[in-house]
Design a protein around this ligand. Structure first.
Ligand code: SF4
Length: 355
């Protein structure tokens, strides 16, 4: 079996570990780039959202290079994610690729995992070990990313240490034992603390929106770095590990959505698919937590986020917090985004003189 899966930020680290621990060969596409995007755009329906186009580009690239199995999450609910997997499967099959397609749906996860186990021919014990190791890596990478973005604007020599997160990620990639992952995480976490200088507080921005655009730097034009370069501290509202916990573990899901609905009450009373409820909840929570501004980022044609975008205007007025919505598509030029970020950053610095 030669398995492939699409990129979303550093999610490849735990997934690669998970499959390699089961002795399954992984065909990893390159990180998202213009070539991958053009493959995806060429074969996608025109009005697909950007995540679909990039995911399709990833999968077609890997199938062309010998992958015979594709695995990805499918969705449920009224957002397009619900049919991503099936549409992608049909497009690739129409193009003549023959492969096994495994779509993990949150509502049928135990059955899907059992199907994968049978296909991979591995034991439950081996699955449990590789899942545990993969999960530890996912948690470690997300914790380090969180730390990195909140510390990087305060680094004494920012440009010199910009690649510190990649160094940590490279070391975690090769780890085979959970205690080593913990040790590397602690080591890099304290290094980041020691490099930061906190005698002042920079403007803080909460990043809200759909999970893919928030977590995939190619898709969001590396917006966190653009903000950091303008001395803004950023906080991403959804990481993959938090999404896994809040959406796939039934007991966590109940608590999370109960809290989200309570915060969003009066603005959006129920989930309407995608990440709309999360976006409204995180924006309101961010306003109460004292953030100086909120950036809402999402792809063109994303229906749930178009709805939440309207609601955020009311949140901005009533909570008295600047909110900038950025709508991304495959034609967006970085210069256009930079101009808007520049203006927003200036607004926040002017509101927080002395930072
Ligand atoms: S949330 Fe939006 S961007 Fe994500 S899959 Fe659904 S429609 Fe596409």
């Amino acid at each position: 079996m030669k398995i492939t899966f699409p990129h979303m930020g550093r999610l490849y680290i735990p997934l690669k570990t998970l499959f390699e621990e089961l002795q399954i060969e992984v065909i990893l596409p390159p990180f998202n780039n213009d070539k991958i995007k053009s493959i995806g755009c060429k074969y996608s329906p025109e009005y697909s959202c950007m995540p679909f186009k990039l995911i399709l580009g990833n999968v077609l690239y890997s199938l062309e290079r010998g992958a015979d199995t594709v695995i990805m999450l499918g969705g449920s609910g009224p957002c397009r994610f619900g049919y991503f997997g099936h549409l992608l499967n049909m497009i690739a099959a129409d193009l003549g690729y023959r492969f096994t397609f495994i779509c993990l749906e949150p509502s049928t996860l135990p059955r899907d995992i059992y199907g994968f186990k049978k296909l991979a021919g591995c034991s439950y014990g081996a699955m449990a070990r590789s899942l545990t190791l993969g999960w530890k890596k996912l948690e470690a990478i997300d914790a380090l990313e969180q730390k990195y973005w909140s510390c990087l604007p305060y680094f004494r020599e920012r440009n010199k240490y910009k690649d510190i997160l990649q160094q940590a990620a490279d070391r975690i990639v090769t780890c085979r034992r959970a205690p080593d992952i913990g040790r590397i995480t602690r080591e890099y976490s304290s290094t980041m603390d020691s490099l930061s200088y906190h005698s002042y507080r920079l403007p803080r921005v909460a990043m809200v929106g759909d999970i893919y655009t928030l977590n995939e730097p190619y898709s969001n034009q590396n917006i966190e770095m653009l903000l950091t370069d303008r001395s803004i501290e950023t906080h991403r509202s959804i990481y993959t590990s938090s999404w896994v916990k809040n959406s796939l573990l039934p007991w966590e899901k109940k608590v999370y959505y109960g809290r989200a609905k309570a915060w969003a009450k009066g603005y959006l009373d129920n989930s309407i698919g995608g990440f709309a409820l999360d976006t409204v909840y995180h924006a309101i929570q961010g306003a109460h937590a004292g953030f100086d501004g909120i950036i809402h980022i999402f792809p063109v044609t994303c229906m749930p986020e178009i709805v939440s975008c309207q609601i955020l205007q009311k949140v901005s007025r009533q909570k008295k917090i600047p909110i900038m919505s950025l709508i991304i598509d495959e034609h967006m030029e970085k210069t256009g985004l930079e101009t808007r970020i520049e203006a927003f950053a200036e607004l926040l610095h002017n509101k927080k003189p002395g930072a």
